[in-house]
Structure formats: C-alpha cells, structure tokens
Design a protein around this ligand. Structure first.
Ligand code: NDP
Ligand SMILES: N[C@@H](CC=O)C(=O)O
Ligand code: NA
Length: 332
C-alpha cells in the first residue's frame, strides 16, 4: 500500500467536498493500493494538524457547527513548510488580481518538492507559465482538472485522451451559476437576485459571486484552456468579457419565442479568447440547462467532440480532484 500524505488548504464548499469524497472513496483508494492521509486542513482562521492523519469526519463536523477547523494558528504556507507531506490540495478562493493566498501556497508547494492538485483558478489565470516552470523545476506534478467545468472532463480529455490530435477551438458554457440563473429566470420566472442567493447557498457560486455573473469566472477558465491546451501565454487581459447582468427576463422570453435560449458562451482558439451572452437554438448541443456545463472541442482528426457535466458543486468538483489524485499516484 502506498501512503499519500496531503494537506487541504481552504475548507469551504470544495475543500469540504474533497474531504467527503476522500471518506466515501477510502475503500476504493485502498483497492488501487492507495492510503490517502490528510495531515492538515486549513481555513482562513487556522488549521487542524496531525502528522498521523486528521479525523476528517470530525473536521467536517466542527466546520459545520463551530464554523472553523482552527485549532492551531497556522497558515497554508507554514503547513507546507513544516509538515511532511507529498500533496497539496489547494481550494482557497479565486483571486485574479493578486492570485490570492493560493498563489503563494502553490509556489511554496513546488519550492518544497510537493505535488499540487487544485480547483483554484486565480493563480493559473495570473501566473500560468511561472507556475508550470516552478512545478517542472521541482519535478512536481501539477494537475487542475477541477478549475474548468468542475466535474466535466475537459483539460485532461483534451491533453490526454485526445493526445496528438491538434485542437482548433473549444466553445461552450463554463459557468454553472450563470447557466443556473439563466435557466431558472426563463423556466420559472424566478428573480435574478433570489437565484444568485440560492447559488451561494448551494456552494456553486464563487466566494465573490460577481466573478460569476460578470463573466470573470468564465474568462479565467478560458485563459486556463488557452494556456494548458492551446499552448498560449495568455492572462485575463487577453479575454474580451461580457457577463449576464444585463440579461432581462423579457429578453429571455423573446428569444425563446423565436426558438432560442440565451447562454453565456465562452470560446477559445489560438487566435481569440472571448465570453459573452449569445443566442443558441433550443435543440443545439450547447443548449444545456441548470448548473450543467458543456464544451465542444473542434479537433483536427475527430471532428467535433462535445462533453457535458456538472460545472460546479462540492461533490462534483471533488470528483475532478479525486481523478487528478488517482492520475498522479494510482497504478494505472
Ligand atoms: N464552488 C464550486 O462549485 C467550484 C469552485 N471552484 C474553485 O475552488 C475554490 C474554492 O471554492 P469554494 O470552496 O466554493 O469557496 P469557499 O468560499 O466556499 O471556500 C474558500 C475556503 O478558503 C478559505 N480561505 C480563505 N482565505 C484563506 C486563507 N488566507 N488561508 C486559508 N484558507 C483560506 C475559506 O476559509 P473560511 O471557511 O474560514 O472562510 C474557505 O474555507 C475557488 O478557487 C473556486 O474558484 C472550482 C470549481 C467549482
Ligand atoms: N462558480 C463556478 C464554480 C466552478 O468553477 C461556476 O458557477 O461554474
Ligand atoms: Na473539469
């Protein structure tokens, strides 16, 4: 049995989802020869640490009752430097201005020879090239399937499953919150404000939900795809961005009467990266509903390949984190 010691940095919707999935998948992981030991869990107030493995069920219970896992006043960087482990699971908030605490966590992880699996888009949007170089110099694994499309496979699908097949563009819906809002505004005439509040309660919206509705989150994901799949050196400023804040119920209804839905569509190719609301025919493969995401990959050899799946949510996103963990340490 191989033991993988890991830290979970950020214990909000996704960090907790990861903890739940690690508990749920303990037997499966053991069946493929992996014992995953979480040695530290960190939120904004501090950490629970145990080099022999923390009690994840207890961390989840304390987070839900007391509001924090903090027992010791330690930060992510301090934990990365002082506690022996192999893998940092980074799930702190996305910040595209500074990279947030996640950027420092990732650089420190590579500096100390650790692998990183993350759902955090900020560092990758701001400093993709530098992070890849740091990971390479350290000989570390760096995987981030959860950053784009949540559970929906897209990065690993394009780079691994479609390896060798030159890709021309990727186009689709990459924000679950916006799709949920647009769907419910049209189908139930629910109010924009109420659905946004509900999205925050469901753990699908960003820590700062303006990132969702202003198209910033989709833009981040397009930057990650541009860099990870199209070999570009893009940052946020390379994206043309329009969000959904100006879409009215009347506009949605008028479009529907004419056989269309309005969707927030992102598109990335070697030439252009842009996101804006667009009209999509009702029966088109991109016209998915609710929190679903969808991506149509235009390939050189295989034509168009379209995938869809839940783009947000704690357990769904943790599914992508789990698959990255297994890709690094499993005997596949
Ligand atoms: N929600 C989703 O469906 C998806 C989210 N993501 C990405 O995953 C990441 C996490 O999202 P989500 O869980 O929803 O966000 P939340 O806001 O629910 O959780 C963020 C967590 O990070 C903690 N945190 C904030 N600052 C610090 C700090 N300085 N040191 C340590 N911990 C800190 C927070 O602490 P505290 O609990 O004390 O506030 C909280 O536990 C984001 O980058 C997001 O973009 C990606 C895919 C899907
Ligand atoms: N807030 C995001 C979460 C996943 O990245 C979304 O709604 O898609
Ligand atoms: Na994904």
């Amino acid at each position: 049995m191989k033991t993988v010691r890991c830290s979970i940095l950020g214990f909000g919707a996704i960090g907790q989802g990861v903890a739940e999935v690690l508990l749920m998948k303990k037997e499966y992981l053991e069946s493929i020869g992996l014992e995953v030991l979480v040695v530290a869990v960190v939120d904004s107030k501090g950490a629970t640490v145990n080099p022999e493995g923390v009690d994840l069920a207890d961390c989840l219970a304390r987070k839900r009752t007391v509001g924090t896992v903090a027992i010791e006043k330690l930060t992510g960087v301090e934990i990365i430097r002082s506690i022996a482990h192999e893998l940092v699971i980074e799930t702190t908030p996305t910040n595209i201005v500074t990279g947030g605490v996640g950027l420092q966590n990732m650089f420190t992880a590579f500096e100390t020879g650790k692998d990183v699996v993350t759902s955090n888009k900020g560092p990758l949007t701001l400093k993709y090239r530098e992070l890849m170089e740091a990971a390479k110099a350290a000989g570390s694994n760096f995987r981030f399937e959860a950053t784009v499309g949540g559970s929906m496979p897209v990065i690993n699908l394009a780079n691994e499953v479609l390896a060798g097949n030159q890709l021309k563009s990727i186009k689709g819906i990459l924000n679950g919150t916006c799709n949920y809002i647009l769907t419910r505004m049209l189908e139930e005439r629910a109010s924009y404000k109420d659905i946004l509040t509900e999205s925050m309660e469901l753990g699908i919206a960003e820590t700062d939900p303006t990132y969702d509705v202003e198209g910033i989150d989709t833009a981040c994901k397009l930057v990650i795809l541009a860099n990870a799949i199209f070999g570009r050196d893009a940052t946020y400023k390379d994206v043309e961005v329009t969000g959904i804040t100006k879409i009215t119920p009347e506009a949605l209804e008028m479009a529907y009467e004419r056989g269309h839905v309005i969707k927030l569509i992102g598109e990335v190719s070697r030439e252009r990266i842009h996101v804006a609301p667009r009209l999509v025919p009702i029966n088109h493969p991109l016209a998915v509903r609710g929190i679903l995401n969808v991506a149509s990959i235009d390939t050189e050899l295989a034509g168009e390949i379209t995938v869809t799946g839940k783009g947000a949510g704690p357990i769904e996103t943790a599914s992508a984190v789990l698959s990255d963990l297994v890709a690094i340490y499993g005997n596949r």
